[in-house]
Design a protein around this ligand. Structure first.
Ligand code: 6GU
Length: 230
């Protein structure tokens, strides 16, 4: 069982992406628990303020340390966390290996940034891991957190069945997944590769491996340097 506490100023933004399909199934099966925490509940005053101007001047508000500290403190009262993750474009870029690793933990906090950024002291004193989902800038960490949680959640034992097993995903063995086909076997004269209809399991497995290799060579040659390492 993996519990993930997500701290955000926009909990609504995470409800839908994590409330359907495979993530919904993971929650219903009791394998994945996601708790959304509205940072504003820890904010000051009538406006439940969580951001302020940056010292030294400059445009853009900064997420303040105090509400984040209070929120994390209250979470830590009941739970010992394996990682406290901050979603940020200058973090380590998410890949299948990081998702695999995080899926082995029991308790995670994910902090979603907003505004210009978060007070650097939060990063220095509370955060244990910083993750980006790619070299482009999003308005906040929420969509990135949804991507991270989905990539982790589907790996938890019991979430996927045999048919959808994560073992055959692209990247799981540093190869892209082979092409797939479904009925009809002939559409407008466009035929499904005959080997897939042959019933010969060994031939099908070989074909799929060859296609995976070809596809990786043409689309992502950078991945091939790792093939056969393990
Ligand atoms: Cl994690 N956050 C934001 N705001 N932008 C991003 C990102 C994260 N990863 C890529 N771009």
């Amino acid at each position: 069982m993996l519990k993930i506490d997500i701290i955000t100023v926009l909990p609504e933004l995470l409800e839908s992406p994590l409330g359907h399909s495979i993530m919904k199934r993971a929650k219903e099966k009791g394998i994945l628990h996601i708790n959304l925490h509205d940072l504003r509940d820890y904010g000051k005053g009538k406006h439940r303020q969580v951001d302020d101007y940056q010292f030294g001047g400059g445009a853009g508000m900064v997420m303040q340390i105090e509400p984040v500290d209070n929120c994390i403190k209250s979470l830590k009262e009941n739970t010992k966390y394996d990682e406290i993750i901050y979603m940020t474009p200058d973090g380590q870029q998410l890949n299948q290996g990081i998702a695999n690793e995080l899926s082995l933990h029991e308790n995670l906090i994910i902090l979603c940034g907003h505004y210009k950024g978060i007070d650097e002291r939060i990063r220095e004193h509370f955060i244990t891991k910083e993750i980006s989902i790619g070299d482009y800038v999003l308005s906040g960490g929420e969509l990135a957190a949804a991507v991270l949680v989905d990539s982790i959640g589907r790996l938890l034992p019991g979430v996927l069945n045999d048919e959808t097993s994560a073992l055959f995903d692209s990247f799981q063995d540093d190869l892209l997944a082979p092409p797939v086909y479904s009925r009809p076997s002939n559409y407008n004269g466009w035929e499904v590769p005959p080997v897939l209809l042959s019933g010969n399991d060994k031939a099908i497995e070989d074909w799929r491996y060859q296609k995976s290799l070809e596809r990786t060579k043409t689309r992502r040659p950078d991945l091939l340097k790792n093939v056969g390492d393990e």
